[in-house]
Design a binder for this molecule. Sequence first.
Ligand code: PLP
Length: 425
Amino acid sequence: AEAESRFIDGNAASLAAFTHACEGMPGGTTRNVLYYPPFPLNIVRGEGARVWDADGHAYTDWLGDMSAGLFGHSNPEIRAAAEEALAAGLTLGGPNRYEAALAEAVCSRFPAIELVRFTNSGSEGSYMAIATARAVTGRPKVMVMESAYHGGHFTFGRPAAPGGDGGSPLNVPFEFVLGQLNDWPATEAVLAAHGDSLAAVVVEPVMGAGGCLPADPDFLQALRDWTTAHGSLLVFDEVMTSRLAPGGMQGKLGIHPDLTVLGKWIGGGFSFGGFGGRADIMARFDPRRPDALSASGTFNNNVMTMAAGLAGLTRVYTPDRAIEVNARGDRLRDALNAEAAAAEVPFRFTGAGSLIGIHPVAGEVRSPRDTYGRSDQALALYHLAMLEAGHYLARRGYMALNIELTDEDCAALTAATRAFLDRFA
Ligand code: PLP
């Protein structure tokens, strides 16, 4: 209560902005994920690795807009590319000079993507990948992992009731069945029960919104082997994980899905999504075919995203840069876990590379079920303490590093975490 009342006192302009926003939007937001009590900070500006709120406070940005903000704020290369596109006109209504180059860059970077189509969001990308799998296999069912998030219409939280599928009532009504991340016997039993009616198994190589939980390579390989043997497609949702290595997690692990979903940073910070994969599957979208599947969208090739994405992927987030940023994330996670261990406070920092999850729990965290008992109050306190110390991260315990963050920034976050944990030691 004390931390919350200090927050309210110090953020009058954000409170006023929130009150105003509630007049036009339920809960004052158009993205539920950005809300936290008593009200979210209103962010007015960003530059490099910093953001500023409406009350003039500066924060180091660890949230990275849920991983879309990989480039930090106002990256000069991306700005220049977007401004050049802007100057030549926006909705041109034809193939433009950027989209084929971006497609080529995507295909050469991610080994399991031979052909790609763009969308405006990761949600659309995952919808299209799943719909494609259903269309080409002629099968109805899709396996996803419990607690996975593949977009606003594919949310599979903790099951509300035993045996429930955990899906949201807003989900597209496909026939979903749930696997358990990193629990092959439980997952295999569900696969066996649905066998030849499964069109696809969809999995994130590192579960993101579900807690930043890496899938074991053996688990992913088992899914690869099972889907190959049973004629289902394996879909990797790499919306978040494509940043974790030069060729995404498919490149790092050498496990190649049939289809891949993309999103977030690949649009250079603009609205972006995509899906791609095996040429024989993606060729079904070729409009010259009599049996062509439809994939259209007015803004799918919008010049801002195509130009910014191309600059970001080819000139800014080079393979060397990807290795550097993810190594920094690994060092930071190790340092934060070392602080929690030294203070003997039950906090676990999970994830891989530049994606970090925060879980106030005592034991090892390998699957979503290990996080269900976590203390939301401890997480809220950590979040408020970090904001007071000038570190902006997600209330639900999530960080996505951007390329502008330095080792000094990591040291400052580690020190602030140490000070927080010491109060509970
Ligand atoms: N898939 C994953 C793994 C995601 O993390 C997200 C977004 O957080 C999506 C899909 C949906 O992407 P978008 O928010 O661009 O619709």
